[in-house]
Design a protein around this ligand. Structure first.
Ligand code: FNR
Length: 340
């Protein structure tokens, strides 16, 4: 199967899932406070993610590109929505465009539509330093995401089977790239051990992309005659993964993603120590089922929800949410009691 066809399949399968009803953020509650001493107008969404200055804690996480005209239109619309709402945006894996110049267009449209926006490039961990440089250069990216997707590759019939030199590749990329390098998962979450290994080779930005949202085991299983259903529930739930990574590399920048549903999930992630939150599936579904105006309204709504949480907790900047009183229960409590 061609890479373009596979990308369109991913979009189709990701769209066909129901909205996320329950996830790990439901096992965490922020403790309500009855007094607040700030004025709504002083609440700012301005967010500092390490070296990156963002006008919002929310960003569109990596999804697509390289699937011809269809993905070009999707990327153009995502870029328009990102520009209108002032949020950052990650493009999908650029490996196809690195190998085939004709595919570049569907990525470069994002920079054309949003010349001054914050845009993340995206490559797989199999990339070389030269390919990483090409990806950044292709869209004048402000940061580079490297995705880790071992289980997805293993379930894909045509997926990679050799991961023997991935950490060394990541190490050489981070040494040679002068924009921030974010290592991300794709929906299975990141453990404290993985974060520590990555930290040792120089990574300081981690996007946990945890379990609870888009599920590539299910997506890839739909494309198999004999599915590996046993792995449909594999992965570290997002809220748990944030807590793990933050505990293991407290000095680093943790990004929350994987099944984020609304601004309150985003605020909870910040309470746990995240410094930005990404959404992929939910925003793509909003765009594809409705239109770009509805997507813009939805992003503004998520901002509004995030600000309500800030107001309730009496903070004027997102970073001050960190450590606000909260409790966790159920599986999240059981997990963290054994791991932290
Ligand atoms: C993705 N994701 C993804 N991630 C990545 O690093 N490179 C990629 O090319 C893609 N491609 C892709 C396509 C589609 C259609 C979807 C829905 C997702 C994964 C994405 O960035 C994110 O990590 C997960 O989807 C989990 O977040 P959500 O979807 O639960 O918000």
């Amino acid at each position: 199967m061609s890479r373009s066809k596979r990308k369109l399949d991913h979009i189709r399968h990701a769209l066909n899932r129901d909205e996320i009803a329950v996830n790990s953020f439901d096992e965490m509650e922020i403790v309500h406070q009855s007094l607040t001493d700030i004025h709504w107008d002083y609440i700012s969404l301005q967010t500092q993610l390490g070296e990156l200055s963002l006008s919002s804690p929310l960003f569109v996480n990596a999804m697509t590109g390289g699937g011809g005209e269809k993905t070009e239109v999707i990327n153009r619309d995502l870029a328009i929505a990102a520009k209108e709402t002032g949020i950052a945006l990650a493009v999908g894996s650029q490996m196809s465009a690195i190998n085939d110049a004709q595919e570049k267009r569907s990525y470069q449209i994002v920079r054309e539509e949003n010349p001054n926006g914050v845009i993340f490039a995206n490559i797989g961990s199999e990339a070389t330093v030269d390919q990483a440089l090409q990806a950044v250069h292709m869209i004048e990216a402000n940061a580079l995401q490297i995705h880790l997707n071992v289980l997805q590759e293993l379930i894909m019939p045509e997926g990679d089977r050799d991961f023997s030199d991935r950490l060394q590749r990541i190490e050489s990329i981070v040494k040679h790239i002068d924009v921030p390098v974010i290592v991300k998962e794709v929906g299975y979450g990141m453990s404290m051990e993985t974060a520590r290994q990555l930290r040792e080779v120089g990574i300081s930005y981690f996007d946990v992309a945890g379990y609870g949202g888009t599920n590539f085991s299910k997506v890839e299983n739909k494309r198999r005659k004999q599915p590996f259903r046993a792995f449909d529930q594999w992965g570290i739930p997002t809220a748990i993964s944030i807590a793990e990574v933050k505990a293991s590399v407290p000095e680093c920048h943790v990004i929350a993603s994987g099944g984020m549903r609304n601004g309150l999930d985003g605020a909870k992630a910040f309470v746990l120590g995240a410094e930005a939150f990404g959404m992929a599936g939910h925003l793509l579904r909003t765009l594809m089922k409705e239109d770009v105006e509805t997507l813009i309204d939805e992003i503004n709504h998520i901002h509004h929800e995030f600000k309500i949480a800030m107001m309730l907790l009496g903070v004027t900047e997102p970073v001050s949410l960190k450590g606000k009183p909260h409790i966790y229960a159920g599986r999240m409590k059981a997990w963290l009691d054994q791991r932290l």
